[in-house]
Design a protein around this ligand. Structure first.
Ligand code: DI6
Ligand code: FE
Length: 392
């Protein structure tokens, strides 16, 4: 049995009862799990008062992809809109071409530096979506690449089927056939191969309708897979209400949700996943209704949305800062958004909090005030990271 105790630490458990109150104390780890946590002095490794939080969780990324969208970025700087670029065959489809052309090995090699950037800031769990293959085989290739990342680094990868991300040109005008032949057929294959943990879609006027997503969710639920949705990002399409009806894990982006949607999400127990990196990159002005989420008691998470088009972001610390500066979230909401609430958004109950019995996934920081994590810009105070009780 391996047992260690970290003592003289400033602990923020991120559990519901203690909220984000930081206290001086100790935490003991046994066999990769948190054994106990307490206030005051104890024998053990002196942490010098350093802050210990749950390791961070990035609950929404498109980490695996080929190519670059730097040229498109320049076009947008010159005034082209994201929708215009998408409609002229650029945008997601340019990443689809590059991802189809890349081998599985190449996709892994391209994703690793992005993953390493996240891990360097104390991340332990990363959700990774497919959605740039848009053929059965290329979508499966993306998910195999995502799964391989967990064998190459000390990290937990949660995979999501996002074949309903864009309509590929070979199916132009035949969205229903694409849904049957690629989205649903591929989902069944991915499930049979153990490659998929959840199902997502892009519910938007430039992508798929709520009715189309409902058809895909029927199959997800038949297979016992949880659902979530890119909903109400650029317009209001009814995606959030679909998540509610299916008791989905989360509705993501949701700049255009209404106060009624917020109440319904809270009642369904679905998490509102806020993605300030995409809001920032697209220079959106429609804010997600934070006051309505708070009033409804809706659980809010924050994620990087790391993707080559709308959020080329591989920093959860910067995501937290953007959550505060752009969306006016409190530092406490930002920290909970990338720990306990992000775990909830992934349906994980064994991580994201410091409590006995949970995985010992910890981040140790060279600061004492938890608000420092949100307040600083471009500064990484990570001291060390524990993954399943192992310092790495
Ligand atoms: N919403 C987004 O912000 C990303 N996907 C999505 O459905 C953008 C993906 C991209 O532009 O490559
Ligand atoms: Fe996304």
């Amino acid at each position: 049995m391996t047992q260690i105790t970290l003592t003289n630490a400033t602990l923020v458990p991120c559990t519901a009862d203690s909220e984000n109150r930081a206290f001086n104390g100790w935490i003991s780890i046994e066999n990769g799990r948190i054994a106990a946590i307490g206030e005051g002095a104890a024998e053990g490794e002196d942490m010098g008062g350093r802050l210990i939080t749950p390791a961070l969780i990035d609950c929404h990324t498109h980490l695996v992809y080929g190519g670059s969208r730097a040229r498109e970025f320049e076009k947008r700087l010159e005034g082209a809109s994201y929708e215009e670029i998408a409609q002229s065959g650029g945008g997601i489809l340019s990443t689809v071409n590059a991802t189809r052309a890349a081998s599985e090995d190449a996709l892994v090699a391209l994703a690793l530096p992005r993953l390493d950037a996240l891990l360097a800031e104390g991340v332990a769990v990363v959700e990774v979506k497919s959605g740039y293959g848009l053929t059965v085989e290329d979508e499966l290739k993306m998910l195999r690449a995502a799964r391989r990342l967990a064998q190459m680094r000390p990290v937990r990868i949660v995979t999501t089927w996002l074949a309903a991300h864009a309509l590929p040109p070979e199916y132009a005008g035949r969205a229903e056939a694409y849904i049957d032949e690629v989205v649903i057929a591929g989902l069944r294959a991915a499930h049979a191969q153990g490659l998929v943990d959840a199902v997502d879609g892009f519910c938007e006027n430039i992508a798929f309708s709520a009715a189309q997503m409902a058809r895909i969710f029927d199959v997800a639920q038949e297979l016992g897979l949880p659902v979530k949705l890119h909903a109400e990002q650029l317009s209001h399409q009814g995606g959030a209400q679909l998540v509610v009806a299916r008791k989905g894990l989360s509705a993501d982006h949701i700049e255009y949700v209404t106060a009624d949607d917020a109440k319904a999400l809270a009642a369904a127990g679905s998490v509102a996943v806020l993605l300030p990196g995409a809001f920032y990159t697209l220079r959106e002005t429609q804010m997600p209704p934070i006051a309505a989420f708070r009033a409804a008691g809706c659980t809010m998470a924050l994620a990087s949305d790391c993707n080559p088009g709308t959020s080329p972001l591989t920093s959860l610390l910067l995501t937290m800062n953007m959550g505060a500066t752009l969306f006016r979230l409190t530092p406490t909401e930002c920290l909970r958004g990338v720990t306990c609430n992000a775990a909830q958004a992934l349906g994980l109950t064994d991580c994201g909090r410091l409590a006995p019995g949970l995985r010992a996934d910890l981040a140790v920081w060279d600061v004492t005030d938890p608000a420092e994590l949100t307040y600083r810009i471009g500064f990484n105070p990570l001291h060390s990271r524990y993954f399943g009780g192992r310092k790495c």
